[in-house]
Write a protein that binds this ligand. Structure first.
Ligand code: MN
Length: 717
């Protein structure tokens, strides 16, 4: 846990390599890889100020502690070359061959993923992705070492980034290291993560451990002597070590409500013997002298952990009443416990070369096992939430943006769904898609892990055909929204036409009517904001052209039809605006939010805050001017809210009377109901007043039971 400013060199690496790699040509191959990487990174420096090459050397050194093979060491030295320098895949392949290049490519792929640790099911998914896209388990091991060195030098990064990286390391990387059984990397990652995530806790535990260290050391030493004598008396050849628990594992226990003084396995011994039989023998001998604590014995030899860990665990009352946690295992088991999958590497001393030869089949099997374990984890948990999560995972796919952000989509989703998920604007201007570097049709079915790039053209618009292609409700609603919005433009056109036709009929020159004072007066009476809004009102038949003209005294016609007013937008006390007390708030009339809807405020220019439904496409593009608003649950007014429904029927019989009856039965007032189109049957638009979402849902339920109604939507303009 040093603030490693220590400038390691290639010599330090070579020295470590020589402890387990005997072939001179392999060492010199590694040196060549180093020289190449050094040359490529020579202008680059790390945030910590060191020359960049220090990082890959450190990653390689970490890998020597688990006896990584020479291809892995080379790939570790080269792991950032493809991403950060001008080196191409071809150049690397020519110099170092396919095996090394594939490892580097795999590592590069993983470093392009942007992790977000906010969502639990995403965390599980990231683990699967990492495992899934690494066709060779050595890729993951390189990434673990890479992450470990980055964590060791995390102090060089800004605070906020430290926390994020620490969380990622703990929840994703340490967990993978654990699945792979690489204990050394796992526990250092955990300790380092804790140090940045909860520094107070970390230093508190470290200090307490320090304070009690002398006493513990003495006790452990005496106990070791006792146990060694005992085993030697029974002719069991063994190694014995005292061992310290990691700070993170102590933190975990404290977190489960234990007191520091109660964490009885602070004192721990490990006994390593030659055969499995001797493990049980040693256990028996120790239990005969030191009384075991009930229920603390675990036989991981007979029942290995999923990551292949094997050992006997017991806790006994030792000298001076101290409790000792004792692990007993063979040398082979110890190797697996420390290095997990990495223990299959070929170069260990006192190891049968043939047996330990790295077998690809064995690797692959191991690899599948890891994937299975990741799944089993979820299964073994009886938590209902988890099984739901699994549902979610099974019905969704995860694809990437070219930058590596993960996008979640329903199974069967197309590039259009993807585009809308990225941004409405992207969706609406989509012209083509590239998946994993090849052009695909827009109805292409995306697969897990696809990398998707959308081509857009700012002059392009959605096609109605897309409604038949998309899978996600979000994209479908947005496409529909787009066409409804465009219908709005049609209404405006129509309104203008009707108004001017009426002006012509009454022989009023346009320029006279359109005088600024007239328009201001009309806007004021109708509570509209622009000529377009006046047109819109006329176009969608809320207003008649005549009634609008009548608002100007000099043009008033006695016989003119009565003005139908647009319902006034009220100053609402039923809305709470984040951080602001008195502000003009009104409900937007594009999406007509009702009490209980998810809402968001939009800060208008000079007209206070207009409140929209959260997914109203009019605000989605304006994120930078939004503000949190919420419904005031304590409101006492018995207010009703206007909302617009589009009711699709399957009949060409006029159902207006029936609809009116059904609706008023629910104590809902109807402002208007009219036919707006026809598909398989008439389509009606109803504007109604409801108390809140629950009230509206009751109505929708009633509609659902009505045989001639095929679908109902709330209108968003
Ligand atoms: Mn790196």
């Amino acid at each position: 846990m040093t603030k490693s400013h220590d400038l390691v060199t290639i010599d330090d690496l070579v020295e470590k390599l020589k402890t387990y790699i005997n072939k001179e040509e392999e060492i010199s191959g590694i040196i060549t890889a180093y020289q190449f990487a050094n040359e490529k990174h020579k202008e680059q420096f790390r945030k910590s100020g060191e020359p960049y090459i220090i990082h890959p050397i450190n990653v390689a050194i970490i890998l020597t502690t688990i006896y990584a093979d020479s291809a892995t060491i080379k790939a570790a030295l080269l792991h950032d070359v493809l991403e950060d320098t001008d080196c191409t895949q071809e150049e690397m392949e020519e110099k170092f061959g396919r095996e090394v290049t594939q490892l580097v490519l795999g590592a590069t792929k993983i470093s392009k993923i942007h992790f977000s640790t906010e969502n639990d099911y995403l965390i599980d998914y990231y683990k699967k992705i990492i495992v899934g896209i690494s066709e060779d388990v050595r890729v993951i091991i390189i990434k673990l070492a890479d992450r470990l060195h980055n964590m060791r030098t995390l102090w060089a990064l800004p605070k906020e980034k430290q926390k994020r990286k620490a969380k990622e390391s703990l929840e994703i990387f340490a967990s993978i290291a654990n699945h792979l059984g690489i204990h050394k990397i796992k526990s250092e990652l955990e300790d380092l993560s804790l140090r940045y995530l909860k520094p107070e806790v970390f230093y508190d535990i470290a200090e307490k451990l320090n304070k009690t260290k002398l006493e513990r050391d003495k006790t452990v030493y005496e106990m070791m002597q006792e146990v060694t004598n005992l085993l030697t008396e029974h002719s069991i050849v063994h190694e014995i070590k005292g061992r310290s628990k990691s700070i993170y594992s102590i933190y975990n226990k404290l977190n489960k409500g234990k007191k520091f003084s109660d964490i009885y396995d602070l004192l721990a011994l490990r006994i390593i013997v030659n055969t499995e039989q001797e493990c049980y023998l040693a256990l028996g001998i120790i239990h005969s002298k030191f009384r075991p604590l009930p229920k603390r014995f675990k036989d991981y030899i007979a029942m290995p952990k999923p990551n292949m860990y094997q050992s006997l665990h017991t806790t006994v009352f030792g000298l001076d009443g101290y409790l000792f946690e004792i692990q007993i295992r063979t040398h082979d088991m110890d190797e697996v416990a420390e290095n997990g999958v990495a223990c299959h590497w070929a170069y260990k001393e006192n190891c049968d070369a043939k047996k330990s030869m790295q077998s690809t089949t064995e690797q692959k099997l191991q690899f599948f096992k890891v994937i299975m374990d990741l799944n089993n984890d979820k299964m073994s948990s009886e938590d209902f939430v988890h099984s739901v999560t699994d549902e979610v995972l099974n019905n969704n796919i995860y694809v990437f943006t070219p930058k590596g952000d993960v996008i979640e989509l329903p199974k069967g989703a197309t590039p259009i769904d993807f585009a809308y998920k990225v941004h409405t604007k992207v969706g609406e201007t989509t012209v083509g898609a590239i998946v994993n570097n090849s052009i695909v049709p827009l109805n292409y079915e995306l697969q897990n892990n696809d990398i998707v790039k959308i081509n857009t053209n700012k002059n392009s618009t959605p096609s109605k055909e897309w409604l038949n292609i998309v899978k996600s409700t979000q994209a479908r609603n947005k496409i529909r929204g787009y066409f409804t919005k465009n219908e709005k433009e049609v209404y405006i056109e129509k309104g203008k036409y009707l108004l001017e036709k009426e002006l012509k009929r009454r022989k009023i020159p346009y320029q006279d009517f359109y005088k600024e004072e007239n328009i201001t007066k009309v806007n004021k009476s109708l509570k509209t904001n622009s000529v377009e809004e006046i047109y819109l009102g006329i176009g969608n038949s809320k207003l008649s052209a005549g009634s609008v003209i009548n608002l100007i005294d000099q043009y008033k016609q006695v016989s003119a039809p009565k003005v139908i007013k647009i319902p006034p937008k009220v100053l609402d006390t039923d809305l709470i605006v984040d951080g602001i007390d008195k502000v003009k708030v009104n409900l937007a009339n594009c999406c007509n939010p009702i009490f209980g809807d998810e809402i968001v405020g939009y800060i208008t220019k000079g007209n206070g805050i207009s409140v929209h439904r959260l997914h109203c496409h009019n605000v989605e593009m304006l994120e930078d001017r939004t503000i949190n608003v919420s419904w005031n649950e304590k409101t006492i007014e018995n207010k009703k809210y206007l909302t617009l429904l589009v009711i699709y029927t399957n009949t060409l019989e006029n159902k207006i009377a029936d609809l009116v009856q059904k609706t008023s039965m629910m104590n809902i007032s109807i402002e208007s109901i009219k036919t707006i189109g026809k598909e398989d049957g008439f389509i009606y638009e109803g504007s109604i007043y409801v108390r809140d979402v629950t009230h509206l849902n009751k109505l929708l339920l009633e509609y659902e039971k009505t045989p001639y109604i095929s679908r109902v939507e709330r209108l968003m303009r």
